[in-house]
Design a protein around this ligand. Structure first.
Ligand code: DC
Length: 224
C-alpha cells in the first residue's frame, strides 16, 4: 500500500491554522482533520455529563468512559456520538475547559490513536498542537504557525460573535493567552515547534498568499 502524504500544521489557537489546512485539503483533495475539534468534543461530553464544570473536574469519570465517546467527521463537521456539535464546541464554555481536558494523557492517547488511523488510510492535512511532534513525527510537511495575540483574538471574536453573542474581545484575548500558557507548559505533548518544522508568522500574510506559499512548499515536497 502506498504511504499516505501527511501535512502537519501546528500552532497556538486562532493563528489561521484551520483556514490554511482546509484550503490546502480542498486544493490537494486531501482529508482535513481538525484535531482541536476532537479535544473540544470530549470537553463538551464531559460538560454535558456534569464531570467538568467551572468549579470541578472529575477526570477519573471521564477517563473511565472514554470508550463511550465516538467522534467522527462528516464534511468537516464534528459528530459526537452521531450528533452535529460543530456550534457547541466553539462556545466560550468549551474553550474555557478544553485545555484542562487536553492535559490528560489518557485523553491524548485515545485521540492520537484515532488521528494516526486516519493518517494511515488517507492523505491528510491535520492541524493542532502536537501533530508534527507526536502524532506524525515523520510527516512529509510540517508547519508551525504563529501570529500576534491581538490579531488572533480579533479573528476568534469575528468567528464567534454570530454563534455566541455573549462573547467579548477581552474575554477571548484572556482565554487565548491562558490557553497558550496551559497548552505550552503541560507535561504531555506541549505545544512546541518540531525541530524540522517550517515556522511561519501568519500575520505577515493574507490568507490567499499564505496558502499559495504553502502549496508551493508542498508541491516541491511531492516532487511535482
Ligand atoms: O485548535 P483549537 O483552539 O480548537 O484547540 C482547542 C484546544 O485543544 C487547545 O487549546 C489545546 C487542545 N489541543 C491539543 O492539546 N492538541 C491538539 N493536537 C489540538 C488541540
Amino acid at each position: 500500500m502506498k504511504k499516505s502524504f501527511i501535512i502537519a500544521i501546528d500552532g497556538a489557537s486562532s493563528t489561521g491554522k484551520s483556514t490554511l489546512a482546509k484550503g490546502l485539503a480542498k486544493e490537494l483533495d486531501f482529508v482535513y482533520v481538525d484535531s482541536g475539534a476532537m479535544y473540544r468534543g470530549i470537553t463538551l461530553y464531559a460538560q454535558q455529563l456534569g464531570w467538568l464544570t467551572t468549579t470541578h473536574f472529575d477526570k477519573e469519570e471521564l477517563i473511565a468512559h472514554l470508550d463511550d465517546i465516538q467522534l467522527t467527521f462528516a464534511n468537516n463537521i464534528l459528530l459526537l456520538n452521531g450528533k452535529d456539535v460543530s456550534i457547541e464546541i466553539r462556545t466560550m464554555s468549551v474553550s474555557n475547559g478544553v485545555s484542562q481536558v487536553a492535559t490528560i494523557s489518557a485523553v491524548r492517547a485515545f485521540l492520537v490513536a484515532q488521528q494516526r488511523t486516519i493518517g494511515i488510510k488517507h492523505n491528510v492535512v491535520m492541524d493542532g498542537r502536537d501533530i508534527g511532534t507526536v502524532v506524525f513525527p515523520h510527516a512529509d510537511v510540517k508547519l508551525f504557525l504563529t501570529a500576534d495575540a491581538n490579531i488572533r483574538a480579533q479573528r476568534r471574536f469575528d468567528e464567534l460573535k454570530p454563534v455566541d453573542p455573549s462573547a467579548t474581545f477581552d474575554a477571548i484575548l484572556e482565554n487565548i493567552t491562558q490557553r497558550d500558557h496551559l497548552d505550552s507548559t503541560r507535561a504531555d505533548s506541549p505545544l512546541m515547534q518540531a525541530t524540522d518544522a517550517i515556522a511561519i508568522n501568519a500575520s505577515d500574510y493574507g490568507i490567499r498568499a499564505l496558502q499559495k506559499y504553502v502549496l508551493k512548499l508542498v508541491k516541491k515536497q511531492m516532487g511535482s
